[in-house]
Each structure stands twice: as C-alpha cells, then as structure tokens.
Design a protein around this ligand. Structure first.
Ligand SMILES: *C/C=C(C)/C=C/C=C(C)/C=C/C1=C(C)CCCC1(C)C
Length: 238
C-alpha cells in the first residue's frame, strides 16, 4: 500500500489530524478526571468525555478518508454530529435538573437538534439544488434551540439553580449562539446556493476544502470548549 503523506500546504488534512489528536487528548482528560469529580457532577463530566470520544473516533476515520480520497467526509461528519449534538442537549438537561428540568425539555432540545442536522444533511448531499430551503429550515430549528437556552425553559431553570449553574449556562449559551453559528458559515461555503442565497466561494473544490477547515475548527471549539465549561462548573460547585 502506498504511504500517504500530509503535504505541508494541505490545511484540510492537517486540521483533521490536529482535530483527531485534540479530541483524543480531551477524552483522556475528561475520563481520568472522573475520579476527582464529586458524585453530583460525575455524569456531566462523563458526557463531556463521551462527546469528545465519539468525535475522536469519527475524526480518526475522517482524517484517513480525506487523506486517501481528497474529499469531504460529509456522511461521517453528520453521523458524528447526530450523536454528539443531542449529547450536548443532555448536558443542558443535566445541569438544570436540580432546578427541576423535565424530560420534556430534553426531548424538545433533542428533536430540534435532529431537525437542524437532518435538514442540513439534505441540503449538503441528497438535495443540493434546494440547499437554500434546507439551510433555512435548519436555521429555524437552530434559532429555536438558541431561544430555549437564552430566554426559554433552560434560561428560566438556570436562574433558580444557583449562581454557578447560572454562570455556566450563560457561557454555554454563548457557545451555542456564537460557536454554533460557525457551522452555517461552513454550509454557505460548501453548498451551491449557500445559505439564504449567499454562496461565499465559487470554485466547488476550494469551497469544500474551506468548508472542512471551518467545520474542523468549529468542532474543536464547541466540543472541547463546551466540555471544559462543564468541567470547571464541576470544580466550583459541590
Ligand atoms: C459537535 C458538533 C456541533 C456542535 C455541530 C453543530 C452543528 C450546527 C449548529 C449546524 C447548523 C446548521 C445550520 C444552522 C444551517 C445550515 C446547516 C447546518 C446543519 C450546518
């Protein structure tokens, strides 16, 4: 078998490589720290580790796929998101549970995240012609999640869950508002109609490469950063 090298100017392959390493290191960290975590926060920190671990396995695969084919591993990208984004919803549920979060809130968040991702997948793959429509539907589901976290049930519950949980929820809400907003930017780069009719790059190959770099950076921020917010909450409150 031919030995594949990452060329020094291949930024896509490089960010897949670094992404894999970062997700692996973060998973080891979260899993090992479970021993130093109080009972109350153990499940939350475990879920942080599961999120980065699932991503690490997908990144390991996507890194090889991209290096061998030069293409975007879109299918496995979305498999990763469909597993990890609902787990981030679980984190919101877990930290507000003490203040009375109900299962119905968890299902609302999970359902909205699935709508957001499935419509996004249709726009990127099966029905690229209508990427604007799919992107818009996905955006609506995204804003519903933002609403729940900033002003809806999650925000209300966080208020009565004590100052530390409230502070952490606020930081996580910023992740969802700003960190997650990087993804529609990647979508605009990688789909023909862009999002809301805005396509940022005309050359399709260059567009899909820049899309992968944007998604890789966003994943590192949102999965590892998000997990670290939960981790630091688990240190402050016992
Ligand atoms: C770890 C992975 C995460 C946090 C992935 C999040 C993905 C999104 C917030 C994707 C959102 C999209 C839109 C809001 C519109 C265009 C289509 C998507 C799926 C890229």
């Amino acid at each position: 078998m031919e030995h594949l090298k990452i060329a020094s100017d291949n930024y896509v392959a490089f960010t897949f490589f670094i992404g894999t390493m970062a997700m692996m290191a973060a998973s080891v960290f979260f899993f090992f720290e479970l021993n130093n975590t109080t009972q109350k926060w153990r499940t939350s920190v475990l879920v942080s580790g599961l999120i980065t671990f699932i991503a690490a396995v997908h990144y390991y695969y996507m890194r090889g796929y991209n290096l061998e084919t030069g293409e975007s591993p879109t299918f496995f990208r979305y498999v990763d998101w469909i597993l990890t984004v609902p787990l981030m919803c679980v984190e919101f549920y877990l930290i507000t549970k003490k203040a009375g979060a109900k299962m119905s809130l968890l299902w609302k968040l999970i359902a909205a995240s699935l709508v957001m991702l499935v419509t996004g997948y249709f726009g990127e793959t099966i029905d690229r012609e209508s990427s604007v429509m799919w992107g818009t539907l996905s955006g609506i589901a995204y804003f519903y999640i933002v609403y729940l976290i900033w002003f809806g049930e999650v925000a209300q519950l966080a208020k009565s869950a004590g100052p530390q949980v409230q502070k952490a929820t606020r930081v996580l809400a910023w992740f969802v508002l700003v960190g997650w907003a990087i993804y529609p930017l990647g979508y605009m780069l990688g789909t023909p109609g862009g999002l809301f009719g805005i396509a940022l790059v005309d050359d399709p190959a260059a567009a899909s490469h820049s899309m992968d770099i944007v998604y890789n950076i966003a994943d590192a921020i949102n999965k590892i950063g998000f997990g670290l917010v939960i981790y630091s909450l688990s240190r402050k409150e016992d």
